[in-house]
Design a protein around this ligand. Sequence first.
Ligand code: ADP
Length: 459
Amino acid sequence: MPLVLVLLAIAALVALPFLSDLYTRPLRNEVVSVAEPGRNQVTRIHVALAVQGSALHDYIESRDTSLVRRFWAAMAEEDSALRALDGLADQMGRPARDRLNDLARQQDRWRAFAERDLVDTSAPSKGRAEAREQVFDDVLDAAARLDSTIDEAVRTKRQRIASAQRTQSRLALALGLIAIAAAFAVAWLGQRLQRATRDAESRRIALEHATEARARFVRGISHDLKNPLNAIDGHAQLLEDEVRGPISSDQRDSITRIRRSVRSVLSLIDDLLELSRVEAGQLAISLARTSLGDVVAETVEEHRAAAEATGHRMRLELAPEIPEVVTDEKRVRQVLGNLLSNAIKYTPGGGSIEIRIATRERHQRERGQWVAVDVRDSGPGIPAHMQESIFGEFARLAEHAARPGSGLGLAIARRIARLLGGDISVSNEADTGSCFTFWLPADARAHAARRGTDRLRGD
Ligand code: ADP
């Protein structure tokens, strides 16, 4: 915005003299080509009238005929000046035209009067001489009024020119000040932007360092925890397998509980490790053309035994034409495995789990073709208000808090899905439990584009 102001002010400063000239030039032209020549003609009329007055007066006194010629020569001079004025009067405005008409009328009266005095050679009466003087004064007055009207017109035009020039200088000053203020604002904003960019960059670096430090810490602590935990599990197994001697059924029961708890802690540590790797951008992704139908079918088969152990029916439905996609097969198995394990774990025994894979379109924001893997179960479903937060770290439904699990599985799965250019969404089918959908882009271009935006989003 200030930059626009600077540019506008500069443009206005450049345009100002032209605009001012556009306004004042016609006025100056009028003064030069109309008003001043008008005044010259009026001066000619004054001079001619003076000559006429004195020639007529002297003629009546002396009857010298050369004075008659002089009179008519002055009259011709005045007529010529009146004609010239007639050509200019319309451009000088209405008052000048009225005064000129008035002068022409008085002039006609004066001419008629003078003509009679030039023809009549008898000695003029005193009354006639007075009347002649009166007519002569009238014509002189008319000429003086025309003169002052033209004078006034010239003055008005000169005033308008001067006022336009004053306005131009004031505007130029104001625009100059605006341009300077806006330039300062641009410089100030530029500095602020630079500072904000530097701050954002140093925050990003600090965050990167913190994430890296946390990943290092998690790796270190995981290592230190996993070693003794594996030792505990190993020794518990020796006891369970009765390598150290026979055990009672109560002892076996306790050992089984110990081993289950140890495995649960070990799996939590694995999840934490995986999450810190994803966050630190250290999760290796190796892309290759993959037959997704086969990968899904194999992963489902790997989970079938676990599903059947809890009495679930598991059904896979493959659409006839699933395109090959560019993706990381190992990560696809990991994400899908998590969704299947959850469906098995959170669906009450004897339920049904359906896996369907097909190419579909997503909502408008995500153009292009997608391969969608639906994992639908007959469990309790995810309440609508939890369907987004369930993907957060350590998020679990209250009713599952007592079950083994860390609340990290979906958080990791979604991040991996996004690293693959896809996503995971969840919806509830009416009365049939939840339906988790694992989306993967069907063509490599969409894949590349999405991976680019994900990196920008810092996912
Ligand atoms: P975990 O299973 O280790 O708790 P997850 O991140 O995989 O962690 O899942 C988070 C929570 O989402 C679970 O604790 C559970 O409450 C809920 N959940 C996940 N999948 C299902 C499902 N298929 N049906 C009902 N609830 C589910």
